[in-house]
Design a protein around this ligand. Sequence first.
Ligand SMILES: *Cc1c(COP(=O)(O)O)cnc(C)c1O
Length: 486
Amino acid sequence: MRNLKSTTLIFELSKKGRRGAHLPACDVGGPSAAELLPAEALAAEPPPLPEVAEPEVVRHFTNLSTLNMSVDTHFYPLGSCTMKYNSKRNERIAGLPGLADLHPYQPESTLQGILQLFHELQQYFGEISGLPAVSLQPAAGAHGELTALMVAAAHFRKLGQKRTKILAPDSAHGTNPASAKMAGFEFVTVKSLPTGNVDMDDLRSKLDDTVAVFMITNPNTLGMFDKTVGEIANLVHSFGGLIYLDGANMNAILGIARPGDFGADMMHYNPHKTFSGPHGGGGPGAGPICVTETLRPYLPCPVVEKTDGQYRLVYDKPDSIGRVRSFFGNVGVLIRAYCYIRTHGPDGLKRVSETAVLNANYLLSKVKHFLPVPQGARCMHEFVASGLTLKKSKGISAMDVAKRLLDYGFHAPTVYFPLTVPEAMMIEPTETESKETLDSFAEVLFRITEESGELLHEAPHTTPISRPDEVRAARQPVIKWTPAAT
Ligand SMILES: *Cc1c(COP(=O)(O)O)cnc(C)c1O
């Protein structure tokens, strides 16, 4: 099954003098490059690019594209990431010339359509979150966290309060501490209880008037809704601190619970998780943030406002933290989010979350009989199974199971996160999967737990490369191709 051809580099396909297209000689007069540029700026040799014919280029990249697993090719239950199927309709709309061909330097009067879309999207995000003041600028969830923490810092500066700390539970996504550090704060971890809920006693012991923000992910990474969130918010507020909701898990509560109503002062969305933005491969995401009216003055500029029937990009905000992204943010992702929200409507969005939660609970009810799920009575959009007994009885790790799933045509779940569950496998099926897909995934997962250790330690067996040596890849990365000596 090993596809050797697929690992050939396009540089290795190169044949001297081969061309993708042969253009006729230029027959219009004018100065040559040698006449226009100083001699020292001219290269002596053309760059050593691959010389290949058009069909070779097309086949090379088309074949490469089939090596990846994607939502369009495989079930992708990657917990915390919400890898749902994204409707092609939204792709088509984002690609319409009237949207895709806009230029950010066009006069505002000719950008009224896209500005209206932004303005309405701000309102929708505000309505869904219960936090009315919105910035569409941040370029990813992590960037939204950073932006909101900068907003919080500006707020406390304005109040003349010196607050130096950000708190978050030990189950928090790695971007939470990273954002806190980037925004210039000290980061302090708060313990979680075995239930996944925040340990209130530990939180209380760490709260004082130097704490700026408590960051919470709710539903949390165990797929549980922390019902103490209101109590937590009251406690943090009583010390003058703010609550940040990491909104990566909004797919579980759209139209059902609003962060602004359960105590959050700020949050981000991941439109590439929840609102049908393409996701993965390092492509563009977005991280729009929503904050309370109190924090509105500090939002990044420009904001889109409507005055006298005209949509305007407003830069004149004296307390604003300034720009965090060139132009208007990742517009294509925002357009898809707009289409997603408009085509579902309020009832449809609620049904998205209800179905996502139903699908996760259905899968949980099958999986927990052969893989223990420590918090497995019920879940929200995802659940975390533990491979600990499998490890102890047969020496099979969560990594072995994850790798073996690839042989069966399923993307692996998120493994070893959260750190609070040993041999964690975090499974999030999303609402776009059928009962048949969930059934066959559960069946394959069961079959894998029955397989032999030898088979599993070497898996995957059907992919172009099996298991890279992760330590060597990190310590001695080979990231440059060197042609063989001729
Ligand atoms: C995905 C995720 C983030 C970060 O979002 P990016 O868009 O990848 O930067 C933050 N927190 C949680 C819980 C997440 O799942």
